[in-house]
Design a binder for this molecule. Sequence first.
Ligand SMILES: Cc1cc2nc3c(=O)[nH]c(=O)nc-3n(C[C@H](O)[C@H](O)[C@H](O)COP(=O)(O)OP(=O)(O)OC[C@H]3O[C@@H](n4cnc5c(N)ncnc54)[C@H](O)[C@@H]3O)c2cc1C
Length: 496
Amino acid sequence: MAGQPPSASTSVLIAGAGPTGLTAALELSRLGVAVRIVDRAERPSPESRALAVQARTLELLRVRGVGDRMLPLGNRAGSATLYAAGRRLASIELHRMPSEFNFILMLAQSETERLLTEQLARQGVKVERGVTVTTVRESAEGVDVTMRSSGADETVRASYVIAADGPHSTIRRALGLGFAGRTLPHNYVLADLHIDGDLPSDEVSIFLAANGFFAVFPMGGGRFRLMATDPGGVATDAGEVGLAHIQVLFDRVVHVPARLHSMNWSSRFRINSRHMKTLRKGRVFFGGDAAHVHSPAGGQGMNLGVQDMINLSWKLAMVLDGRAKTAVLDTYSPERLPVIRKVIGFTEIGTRVFNSTNRAVHEARIRMAPRALGRSRVQEAAAAMFGQLSADYRGGPFGAGDRVPDADGLYDELDLGALTLFTDDATARDATRRWDGAVTVRPGRDDGWLLVRPDGYLAARGDTGDIAALTDFLREWFVAPGDVGMADHTDAHKVT
Ligand SMILES: Cc1cc2nc3c(=O)[nH]c(=O)nc-3n(C[C@H](O)[C@H](O)[C@H](O)COP(=O)(O)OP(=O)(O)OC[C@H]3O[C@@H](n4cnc5c(N)ncnc54)[C@H](O)[C@@H]3O)c2cc1C
């Protein structure tokens, strides 16, 4: 019942315990924010779904206690090779990525979710299952969220809400927000199964034919994820696909003789390519599939959702405890949307090129792939794009925005809950004392100073003695506890 008065309060209410919601809960609870995370499903999904964990996600999750646990459970692919007409055309050399994690980690989404949930439990937060968010209503004091569990309604007042409730987001719909984009016309199948045949276990294989494509992702132990176009397939609802049908598609496109068997999951689907125009409505923030969906082919989706929340969480935590001005929250949507649009753009181009059943386009693919991928620059750009290492926040409202590489253990020195100032310049160090709590100082790595955000992106940098740039930046976005009138800029309405 929307009008029911709130019976409890929390700082942040997270709707949805998929990878996006779990990451938000993990970050916020680690930073001392009171969170509740609810999911309408009684138990976690056992389906493998998103398989690809990309380099940038691993860099960020390593220092958050999860990345190192993922590594031994997943299978590494160091390249993606294209084949057509029975021969190898070219490879995208993912091992060229400028990261310690220069590969795609193939790990079932169910496992990624399990590891995130376990880390969350170690931080003292339990996912509340069988709880469905039904309505949200914003007021001056916060957001009243009504949830249904075992037939009973409960209304909770939250300072902020994170809508991580997936592609059919109840919250997005309740607030009447659009999800513009399109449904692409082709039909696809996905399956997890065993392959007896000569297919590499350390690279992604993509077979192109005039009548469609077949991509094979190695999961380790002889198991593979398959994704293929299904030109004659049923155009309607998702549903299981038979093994025999997948073997027919495989034999039609793949030149390697192989027997497919022991399938434990399959699905048919169409690609939706959509995103919200803004990721925020007042005190409600949207992330993950609730805010953007696109082709699963490049293995980007889950990674975008995780990184949405790593961008947002430190900002929310610092605003909630009064260290940052509320304007910091305005940077979430304009920083993430360009990154999301780029990923949607490149998956759409990939989909168009791989899907074409036009013979002339197919001949052109065969001719051009080796030429394009023979260039070092193209290789490096493609590898960095897949790994989400080229995503940055340059041009955003916060300024700077370059990804700071995790070189020589830099991320181990990052304060994951405040800005980190790397400097040996005593004047820079002294100048930040007023923002005590918002800035942690570490020894310098170069001349001058480097101010790095908790999510591993550059906040600002300057030369030795160039203190004005540092203090101007801090004054604009962060609260110096001694400043008069700071309440004007901080979150005066927070619920604790
Ligand atoms: C069949 C399939 C195959 C896929 N394959 C790939 C792939 O190969 N590669 C890839 O990158 N991506 C793939 N994806 C997409 C990937 O799974 C998503 O990008 C990822 O799950 C997004 O995570 P999320 O946390 O944002 O949303 P979700 O994982 O959808 O989680 C949303 C959660 O919110 C809960 N929820 C929904 N409504 C409510 C409510 N009203 N109240 C409370 N809880 C609610 C749901 O129960 C769910 O647990 C696939 C998806 C599907 C369905």
